[in-house]
Design a protein around this ligand. Sequence first.
Ligand code: NAD
Ligand code: UFG
Length: 344
Amino acid sequence: MKTSVLVTGGAGYIGSHTLVEFLAAGYHPIVLDNFCNSSPGVLRRVEALTGRSVTWREGDVRDASVLDALFSLAREQGAPVECVVHFAGLKAVGESVAKPLDYYDNNVYGSIVLLQAMERAQVRRIVFSSSATVYGEPRSLPYTEDHPLAPTNPYGRTKAMVEAMLADWCAADPGRTAVNLRYFNPIGAHASGQIGESPRGTPNNLFPYITQVAIGKREKLLVFGNDYPTPDGTGVRDYLHVSDLADGHVKAVEYARRARPGCFAFNLGTGRGTSVLELVKAFESTTGRTVPYEILGRRPGDVAQMWADPSAANELLGWRASRSIEDMCRDGWRWQSQNPDGYV
Ligand code: NAD
Ligand code: UFG
C-alpha cells in the first residue's frame, strides 16, 4: 500500500521539486495549494516530468473544511495520510515588515488550523518548512541547531513561533512527531529544465535576479554591499540545490516514521559559504553568460555571512547535499533559458 503525504504549498518552488522526489520514492502526495504564489500549471509540469498523476485541490490551509475533506479522501482511498509536509506560507522578508498581520495570519494561524485538522484526522507527524532566518544575527558560525533563536523580522518570527507551537504540540501527546527543517538558501532548478523558480515581479533573492540579468530581462545585478567582513566584502550564504533540499523532505518523512516521537530540528545546507561575487563568477563560467553588476550600499537587515552545520541531518536523516554550485548554476540557467517568462 502506498504511503500518503499531504503536501501544503506543493505547487510552490520547493514544494514542486519535493513532489518529484516523493513520486520517485513511491509516495502518494496529495497537494493543497491556494495558488497565491504559483499556478496549477506547475503540477501539470510535475506530471509530465514524472509520468505520474498528482492528486491536488485548490484551497487554503486556513480552511478547516478543505483539510478535513482531504484527510477523508485519503482514508477512503485506503491510504490514510501518514505525514503532513507543510510548505504553505508567505516568504518575503520585506513584505513581512510592511504587512506583518498577513504573515501571522497565513503562517501562524494557517499552521494552527492545520494542526487542529490533523488532530481530528489523527495524523501525528508533520515536517515543517522552517528557515535559517530563525537564528538571526550569528553568535557563532556555522549555525548548529542549538544556536539561540532570535529572528530579526516578522517572517522569521512566524517561523520561530510555529516551531515553538510544534514543540508544545508534541509535548502534549507522546505519539506526535514534528521535524522542523531549517533551510539555508535553495537555488537552481530541476535538472530537466521543466520546473524551477518563477518569482512574480522583481525577484527579492540573489539567484533569480542573476538569471534574469543573464537573459536580458534586467540590466544589471545590484550587489548589496562590498564592505562586509568577508573575504571579498560581499555577503556570504550557504546555497544548496533545490533538488537536494527536496530530497531532504523524503528523508525527513522517513525519519518521522521511524524515529521515536518528539520535536526535532535540522539544518539543511551544504556547510559551505559562497559570496555574492563568487556566485556571479561561478554562474558566468558555468553558463558562458555575462552578469554585469553594480555595487550599492548594504540591504537593511542583512547579515554579513551565514552557513550551516548540517552534520545532524547528515547523521540522523541520512541526508547530504551532493550537488555543486556549478550544478546549481547550470540547472538554474537551463530553467531560465528554456522558460524565459517562468510558468506562463
Ligand atoms: P513558494 O511561495 O514558491 O511556495 C509556497 C506555496 O504555498 C505557493 O504555491 C503558494 O501558492 C502556497 N500558499 C501560500 N499560502 C497558502 C495558503 N494559505 N494556503 C494554501 N497554499 C498557500 O515558496 P517556497 O520558496 O517554495 O517556500 C516554501 C516554504 O519554505 C515556505 O514556507 C517558505 O517560508 C519556506 N522557506 C523558503 C526559503 C526559500 O529560500 N525559498 C527559505 C527558507 C524557508
Ligand atoms: N543580494 C544582492 N542583490 C540582490 C539580492 C541579494 O546583493 O539583488 C545579496 C544579499 O545582500 C545577500 C545575498 O545576496 O548577501 C543573498 O540574499 P538573498 O535575498 O538571496 O537571500 P537571504 O539570505 O537574504 O534570504 C533568503 C530568504 C529568506 C531565508 C534565508 C535563509 O529570502 O527567506 O534565505 O534561508 F530565510
